[in-house]
Design a protein around this ligand. Structure first.
Ligand code: GCU
Length: 348
């Protein structure tokens, strides 16, 4: 199927925004979908509690850092694991929101990444605040001592994204890291989280969404698989309360997700899909990259340099500032995906 025909069929309204006014567009997404992120913390400290300079046969240094953030006179702490190649040069690195705290992990092939010269600062999202509707635990309890009050108060995705930005604050002080080469990365719900971190914080040189689907990289209108009704019924606490208004009411959304991706322009963006991940909908993810490319074009930069028909597994496009691939198989963050991301970054 032709991508242009697909985009025509979505029949997007003319929202009438000035797309170069990023502040206005970002505000829309924060007010109507994710909710506002917390302000900067007034307490921010970290403490390396474990260090191994001969990690992975001596090729890397492993550190377990306990990060403490405070606001409203309360504070919480969570672990961040730093694995950095042992070299005299500053290294590019990933800020990786993961589902589990294990290092390595099935979504995190640590040794392969180190061998390609990249560092990783990872955390387990549930160590920050649990993936449920309890807003009293961890960072949620610190930010919302009286629970969420406003329909624009940030959901859990905003809290996890905020932590990705704080990890970047930490990275700024680490001389082994090349702060100009920081990439936000996450899979699925954490791919949505990485996109939000990249959208709000332009210190991220690159932002990677792996299989983020609904309310992430995918276009919402006309989407197959998961809808706003599905996601907001199952996971209302990921979003702000306002987002609930759009259940079975997508046409009333005052934006589309391609505009969310456009907030990352002209910086690097990478969207990865999996062929059998219909719930996320690879076509809606690809169309979104095509549509977001116009924001890059307006800045005189190539966004996605792709093709006119929907790609098939294992095609990839790495030429422009929006990278894309679709791999065989199901919803997963695999070695194949990581290697594609690093191939793209190596070339930039
Ligand atoms: C569910 C949810 C998706 C989400 C996914 C995940 O399937 O419906 O929106 O991306 O979980 O995080 O694995």
């Amino acid at each position: 199927m032709m991508v242009n025909k697909y985009i025509e069929d979505i029949n997007l309204p003319d929202f009438g925004y000035d797309l170069s006014n990023k502040k206005e567009i970002l505000d829309l997404f924060l007010q109507e979908e994710y909710g506002y992120l917390p302000p900067l913390p007034n307490i921010f400290k970290w403490d390396a509690t474990e260090e191994n300079k001969v990690y992975l046969r001596g090729s890397a240094t492993y550190k377990k850092i306990i990060m403490t953030v405070g606001l409203n006179g309360r504070e919480c702490s969570f672990p961040v694991i730093s694995v950095i190649p042992n070299t005299n040069q500053k290294v590019p690195f990933f800020v990786f929101a993961n589902f589990r705290d294990a290092v390595p992990d099935r979504y995190y092939p640590t040794e392969e990444i180190i061998d390609r010269g990249y560092g990783v600062l990872s955390f387990c999202y549930q160590d920050v605040t649990k993936d449920n509707d309890d807003f009293t635990d961890g960072l949620a309890g610190v930010v919302y001592p009286n629970g969420r009050q406003e329909p624009t108060d940030g959901g859990k995705i905003s809290l996890w994204a905020w932590v990705m930005c704080r990890i970047l604050d930490y990275a700024q002080d680490q001389e082994e890291l090349d702060i100009t080469k920081a990439t936000a990365i996450g899979h699925s719900r954490l791919g949505k989280t990485a996109l939000l971190a990249g959208a709000v914080d332009d210190r991220f040189y690159c932002t990677i969404s792996n299989d983020s689907g609904c309310s992430g990289a995918a276009i919402t209108r006309g989407k197959r698989g998961e809808t706003i009704k599905d996601i907001y019924t199952n996971f209302p606490y990921w979003f702000c309360e306002n987002y609930g208004k759009y259940m079975n009411n997508e046409d009333k959304l005052p934006f589309e997700q391609n505009m969310f991706l456009s907030l990352i322009a002209p910086r690097l963006l990478y969207v990865a899909s999996a062929q059998e991940d219909i719930w996320a909908d690879p076509q809606a993810e690809y169309a979104s990259c095509v549509m977001a490319s116009s924001a890059y074009k307006a800045m005189g930069i190539d966004g996605l340099v792709g093709k006119d028909t929907f790609p098939q597994a294992d095609e990839h496009f790495h030429k422009g500032n929006i990278g894309y691939h679709i791999r065989k198989g199901t919803h997963y963050l695999s070695r194949y995906d990581w290697n594609m991301f690093m191939d793209f970054l190596d070339k930039k």
